[in-house]
Design a protein around this ligand. Structure first.
Ligand code: NAG
Ligand code: NAG
Ligand code: NAG
Ligand code: NAG
Ligand code: NAG
Length: 386
C-alpha cells in the first residue's frame, strides 16, 4: 500500500533521477565527447569556481588560491566550503612585464617558518613567452604581500637565453622539499619540453645558480608532435615522491571539443628520489610518455579534470587530491571550472581516488553519497510496486 500523496512525489523524484543520469548515454554526440565511465567516483564538490586551484592547509583552515585577477584567495574550514574571500595576493599588476600582468595563472602557495610564498605565472595562452614570479607575506588576513618579481623567464626576458629556459615554458609552478636533505625545488612547465625541476636557493625567492641551473626534466612525450603535459604537482607519501601532472587539452571547450580522451586527465608517476627518474604503474618512464591516469572525465558529467594539488594527510587524516573540473550540465568556459576533491588511498604505493568522504587512509567510511542514492532508489521502487 502507498499513500496517494507520496507516490507522485517519489515517481517524479525517480523519473528525474533516471532522466538526469543517462542523458549522455542516450545522445550519441555527447557520448562520443564525454566519457561516461562509472569506474571513477564523482568529485566531492568544493562549491567554488576555480581554475588551477591551489590549497594550503594552515592553522586549522584551508586557504585556496586560484588563477584570476591579482590571484584571489579564499578561506574555509571545510574543503566543500563555504569559502570566504580574503583578498588578493597582488594589489595591482605584477611587477613582471609579461603576459596579462593583472591576471596571473596557476598559483602555488607554501608556508615556511612563518612566511608564505606564492609562486605565480604570467603568460599568454599558447605562448612560450612566460615568467614565474613570487610574492610573500607573513599573514593570510588580507594584508598586502610583497611582489618579488620574476624567478625565471622563457621566450624573452632576463636569463631566458640560459638552458633549459631556451626550450621550456615558465608556467605552472609547484614546489617540493626533499624529505631527507631539506632542499627545496621548483617544478614547472608545459607542452614544448613538458615538465622540469630546478633547485631553489635557501631564500626560496630565486633559483640556485641561475646562469647554469642544475635542471632535470621530469616528464616528456618524445614521439608526438603535441606534448600536452602541464600543471604539475609533487607530493611525498611513505618513501615515494609522486610527480602529478595534467595531460591533454585544458581549456576553451566552448569553442569545440577534442576527441574523447584528449581533454585534461590527471596522471602520476613515482620515484624514490625527488629528482627522478619517475615511472608509472606499468614501469614506463614519465620521460618516455608514461603516466598512470588517476582521475579523468567520468559519468558523462565530470569533464577535463586537472590543475591538481595533493593535501598531505597524517596518521588520522587521509591524503586528498583536489583539482578543477567542468560540470557538463553547467558550461565549458574556463570560468566554469569548479573545485572538486577526493580522498586518495594507496595500493602497493600507487594512489587511487575513492568515493565519498573517508576519514583515514586505512578505514572507516563516514559518508557514501552513492549508497545513499541507491537506498533512496530502492525505497522508491518498493513504494511504487507495493
Ligand atoms: C590561528 O587561528 C586562531 C583561531 O582561529 C587565531 O586566533 C590565531 O590568530 C591564528 N594564528 C595564526 C598564526 O594565524
Ligand atoms: C587581462 O586580465 C584582466 C582581468 O582578468 C581582463 O579584464 C583583461 O581583459 C585581460 N586582458 C587581456 C588583453 O586579455
Ligand atoms: C620524512 O619522512 C618520514 C617518513 O615518512 C618522516 O617520519 C620524516 O619526518 C620526514 N622528514 C622530513 C624532514 O620531512
Ligand atoms: C592531522 O592533521 C589534522 C588536520 O590538519 C590535524 O588537525 C591533526 O592534529 C593532525 N594529527 C596528527 C597526529 O598530526
Ligand atoms: C553539476 O551541476 C548540476 C546542476 O547544477 C548539479 O546538480 C550537480 O550536482 C553537479 N555535479 C557535479 C559533479 O558537479
Amino acid at each position: 500500500m502507498y499513500s496517494r500523496g507520496l507516490l507522485p512525489l517519489l515517481l517524479s523524484a525517480l523519473i528525474s533521477l533516471v532522466v538526469a543520469t543517462p542523458v549522455s548515454h542516450l545522445d550519441p554526440t555527447l557520448s562520443r565527447v564525454f566519457d561516461t565511465t562509472d569506474k571513477l567516483p564523482l568529485p566531492n564538490q568544493g562549491n567554488l569556481r576555480a581554475h588551477d586551484p591551489n590549497i594550503l592547509q594552515y592553522n586549522g583552515s584551508f586557504y585556496l588560491f586560484k588563477g584570476g585577477p591579482h590571484v584571489p584567495f579564499f578561506k574555509a574550514t571545510d574543503l566543500s566550503g563555504p569559502w570566504t574571500k580574503i583578498g588578493t595576493v597582488l594589489d595591482g599588476d605584477s611587477v613582471i612585464h609579461m603576459g596579462n600582468r593583472s591576471r596571473p595563472w596557476a598559483p602555488t602557495t607554501i608556508e615556511r617558518d612563518g612566511t608564505f610564498y606564492c609562486y605565480y605565472t604570467l603568460s599568454w595562452s599558447g605562448s612560450r613567452t612566460s615568467a614565474i614570479g613570487v610574492a610573500t607575506t607573513t599573514t593570510l588576513d588580507g594584508s598586502p604581500w610583497t611582489d618579488h618579481g620574476a624567478m625565471i623567464h622563457t621566450g624573452h626576458g632576463p636569463g631566458s637565453q640560459v638552458w633549459p629556459f631556451t626550450i621550456t615554458n615558465a608556467i605552472d609552478a609547484s614546489f617540493i622539499t626533499d624529505n631527507s636533505t631539506g632542499k627545496s625545488y621548483l617544478n614547472y612547465g608545459s607542452f614544448w619540453h613538458d615538465i622540469w625541476q630546478l633547485p631553489l636557493s635557501d631564500d626560496l625567492l630565486s633559483i640556485e645558480n641561475p646562469k647554469d641551473p642544475d635542471a632535470v626534466q621530469l616528464t616528456f612525450i618524445p614521439h608526438e608532435k603535441i606534448k600536452p603535459e602541464e600543471g604539475s604537482w609533487m607530493s611525498y607519501h611513505d618513501g615515494y615522491y609522486y610527480a602529478w601532472f595534467s595531460h591533454g587539452q585544458c581549456c576553451r571547450f566552448n569553442e569545440g571539443f577534442p576527441a574523447r580522451g584528449m581533454e585534461y586527465s590527471i596522471r602520476v608517476g613515482r620515484s624514490r628520489n625527488v629528482r627522478g627518474p619517475f615511472v608509472d604503474k606499468e614501469n614506463q618512464l614519465l620521460l618516455d610518455g608514461g603516466g598512470t591516469i588517476v582521475y579523468a572525465s567520468n559519468h558523462g558529467k565530470v569533464y577535463a579534470p586537472g590543475g591538481i594539488g595533493v593535501l598531505a594527510g597524517n596518521d588520522t587524516t587521509p591524503d586528498i587530491l583536489y583539482y578543477h573540473y567542468l560540470n557538463t550540465s553547467i558550461g565549458f568556459t574556463d570560468a566554469d571550472a569548479h573545485l572538486g576533491w577526493n580522498v586518495l588511498k594507496h595500493s602497493d604505493g600507487w594512489p587511487f581516488v575513492v568515493d565519498g568522504i573517508v576519514s583515514t587512509d586505512s578505514g572507516a567510511m563516514e559518508y557514501l553519497p552513492n549508497c545513499f542514492y541507491l537506498t533512496m532508489l530502492m525505497f522508491s521502487w518498493l513504494y511504487i510496486w507495493s
